[in-house]
Design a protein around this ligand. Structure first.
Ligand code: FMN
Ligand code: FE2
Ligand code: FE2
Length: 402
């Protein structure tokens, strides 16, 4: 892969990761992910963010450096906006190749560099507002943005060009291939990256939405002309588009979100599904948009993304061993960990003898403070009365997203 010129002194280098590995060991990346680094050239050369040894990423970055006539030994400063190993895993190997390069990160970042990589010498802590003069009129400034999504994170800012190197903020899943800029992709490709931005947001940063908002607030006064994240598209034609998307997704942490319903269901023998079909008839009668996800068949990564953006949820599951259907218990646990607040929710399900899912469910969702319309249960197959009641529940939920 070659380097993409952002200006005559700034380049985007990216490694496309195509793997069956899960991102963070949890999230599927069937369309890959890119690890983006950036070179800024003054008299001295800075590299912003590194990679881990994954899908030949160091080789991909080395080739991109070669395409602009430099190599890892040419780098004078390595700026680490974030120490998560997707951007630093190859640090010891880099250091061995280039022992003279100074590594810059926040104070917390330097502590993580020490604990993760046992590197202390040649590491400099930078603070909010500090600058790095590369010579030849090129200066970088550092903006601390804690907890997006690790505590040590920062943005790096190149005032002269208006480029914001934002690391994970404004990032998305999805490999880039031979293009990196938003204006190089067709509308449907940008729509794909928007979807993968939502999934990345919901999976990786959603718990830290308050800090995402603070970070964005902190850059409001800057004349940002280009958003250069560490994953996904480089936004130069329309940087505001990705800023607005992140503002919107962060706002969903408090609700309300989009006027849509995410239906999540699991069923062993079809009794719960028969009740859910009645709920869906009610939703359809009201004309409310919905998406449907069966667990455990569908990966939780996608369920979480859709639930994050929806104002209302249907959770349909039977009782299993005096408690919730286990795959749904995992989904609800994930919703709690990802702080999925502000939803209007209908839960339904069948039981065989004395139930148990309802009690565990109601205790489990208590901290989420959802507007819990009902947890409607029936024994075995739903009766005619149950079906009428369930259809009415569907209508009521649909009316909540009007
Ligand atoms: C492995 C297993 C465990 C179950 N545990 C309970 C239980 O603890 N309490 C209960 O009331 N019913 C229990 N049931 C009965 C189911 O809840 C009941 O058959 C229900 O109708 C299943 O709904 P479904 O067809 O949507 O899977 C269990 C069923 C299975 C297969
Ligand atoms: Fe990260
Ligand atoms: Fe990352």
């Amino acid at each position: 892969m070659y380097a993409f010129a952002i200006s005559d002194v700034i380049y985007c280098l990216h490694a496309d990761i195509q793997t069956t590995d899960l991102f963070e060991g949890i999230w599927p990346i069937k369309d890959g992910v890119s690890l983006n680094s950036y070179v800024v050239k003054g008299d001295k050369i800075a590299l912003v963010d590194l990679v881990k040894d994954w899908s030949q990423a160091p080789k991909q970055i080395a080739e991109a450096l070669t395409s602009i006539g430099i190599d890892f030994t040419s780098i004078d400063y390595l700026i680490l906006n974030h120490i998560e190993p997707d951007h630093t895993g190859w640090l010891r190997e880099f250091r061995a190749l280039n022992p003279h390069c100074e590594i810059l990160s926040t104070d917390k970042g330097c502590k993580l560099i020490k604990s993760f990589y046992k590197i202390e010498a040649g590491v400099r802590a930078v603070k909010d507002g500090d600058t790095l003069d590369l010579g030849n009129g090129q200066t970088l400034a550092f903006i601390e943005t804690p907890n997006v999504h690790w505590p040590e994170t920062m943005f790096t800012w190149h005032e002269a060009s208006g480029a914001l190197f934002s690391c994970d903020a404004f990032g998305s899943f999805g490999a880039l291939g031979e293009r990196v800029f938003d204006d190089a992709f067709a509308d449907e490709e940008i729509a794909f990256f928007e979807k993968e931005t939502l999934r990345y947001y919901a999976n990786i940063v959603s718990s830290f939405s308050l800090f995402v908002e603070k970070a964005i607030q902190k850059t409001r006064h800057l004349a940002v002309k280009l958003i250069a994240p560490s994953h996904g598209v480089v936004w130069r034609k329309n940087p505001q588009k990705i800023i607005d998307l992140y503002v919107k997704y962060a706002s969903y942490a408090k609700g309300p979100a989009e006027k849509e319903i995410a239906i999540v269901w699991g069923s062993m023998y079809g009794n719960t599904k028969a009740g859910l079909d009645a709920v869906i008839r009610g939703i359809e009668a009201e004309g409310a948009p919905y998406a449907i996800h069966r667990v455990p068949d569908e990966d939780p990564s996608y369920v979480l993304a859709d639930a994050w953006k929806s104002s209302a949820l249907v959770i349909a599951m039977p009782t299993y061993e005096y408690a919730m259907f286990p795959p749904m218990a995992y989904i609800i646990d994930l919703f709690k960990r990802k702080r999925l607040f502000g939803k209007t929710v209908l839960r339904i399900g069948s039981f065989g003898w004395i139930g148990g899912a309802k009690k565990e469910y109601e205790a489990a969702i208590e901290p989420l403070k959802w507007n819990n319309l009902k947890s409607y249960e029936w024994a075995g197959f739903p009766s005619e009365e149950d079906l009428v009641a369930l259809e009415a529940c569907g209508r009521e939920l649909a009316q909540s997203v009007r």
